[in-house]
Design a protein around this ligand. Structure first.
Ligand code: PDD
Length: 293
């Protein structure tokens, strides 16, 4: 089967898909993206991803390349043409192609690119295996709420984690607080059983998976706190996990080589994974997607 990508109005074979060398996404990382997750043929959190995309575009003053509705059609078409029932759709919008000048170009259409990738279906057993995270300084700019394609600190952090034999790197700000992972949101369960993740602010990307897990917790009557937590608090936590559209809800069993809790996946983490999967199967994603910063 030939993989098909979408590039500015055309469906093209993946290996031929290309943008111009003066695309501002390529030259300046002047663009935004979203990663949509498909679960058993269902697009998860579409409204949330679209609302967040709107936020990113508005904050960077990049125009929609086409209507939200039309993008929804292209997403489904890419899923269909690539036979993605379980997997991801990657969407990227850049400010467009123009002669290289830092200021915004005039009268330029933004570029739109989509790709699809099939993955094995979400596997709870695998997600319960437990992974390690390391902590690293958060060296990013100050607008993490914008899903910008400018990801150098994130890829350096993820590479560092990989070289340390860990799954993810949790980024720590100048106050010693964990903001988030390089591609996921960070969560802990304190010794008192409090479920904690960073509050929505410019310091984090408000994950669609994060919102889903919070709504699933609320629906089940589980208390949670949206607040920053320190590295010391994370090291003393009973449980920890990460969430993202690609990681789903993955248990964390070590931080900086130190065991979390008793080293086994915690009770609340297991419960939240079950609730998360039930929630997406029942509701298709978070219902309240209006708060971006
Ligand atoms: N990353 N924080 C950061 C820095 C992220 O890059 C992501 C997503 C998240 C979680 O967001 P969501 O739950 O909406 O996927 C949090 C995507 C998956 C990526 O870059 O591949």
């Amino acid at each position: 089967m030939t993989r098909i990508a979408y590039v500015n109005g055309r469906y093209v074979p993946h290996h031929e898909a290309a943008v111009h060398i003066e695309d501002r996404g390529y030259q300046f990382a002047d663009g935004v993206y979203e990663v949509f997750f498909l679960h058993h043929g269902r697009l998860i959190g579409e409204q949330g991803h679209m609302d967040r995309l709107e936020h990113s575009l508005k904050e960077l003053r990049i125009a929609w390349p086409m209507s939200r509705r039309a993008i929804g059609v292209v997403i489904r078409e890419i899923a269909r043409r690539n036979r993605v029932r379980d997997g991801f759709i990657y969407l990227q919008i850049s400010r467009g192609v123009a002669r290289r000048d830092h200021q915004f170009p005039k009268d330029v259409d933004s570029s739109l690119v989509l790709t699809g990738r099939r993955m094995p279906p979400l596997n709870k057993e695998e997600l319960r295996q437990g992974v390690g995270v390391i902590t690293i300084p958060d060296i990013r700019w100050k607008r993490h709420d914008i899903k910008s394609v400018s990801l150098l600190p994130n890829i350096l952090g993820k590479q560092q984690a990989h070289e340390a034999g860990a799954y993810e790197a949790w980024m720590v700000n100048d106050q010693g607080m964990v903001t988030e992972g390089t591609l996921s949101n960070a969560w802990i369960v304190t010794q008192d059983g409090e479920l904690v993740t960073h509050n929505v602010s410019h310091a984090i990307l408000n994950g669609i998976t994060r919102l889903t897990v919070l709504e699933a917790a609320a629906e089940a009557g589980i208390q949670f706190s949206e607040r920053p937590f320190s590295v010391a608090e994370a090291l003393a936590a009973k449980e920890a996990f990460v969430t993202s559209s690609t990681s789903h809800l993955k248990a964390v069993t070590s931080i900086d080589g130190q065991t979390v809790g008793n080293g086994h996946v915690g009770e609340l983490t297991t419960r939240m994974l079950d609730l998360y999967v039930d929630f997406i199967e029942n509701h298709g994603g978070p219902q309240n997607t209006s708060s971006w910063n």
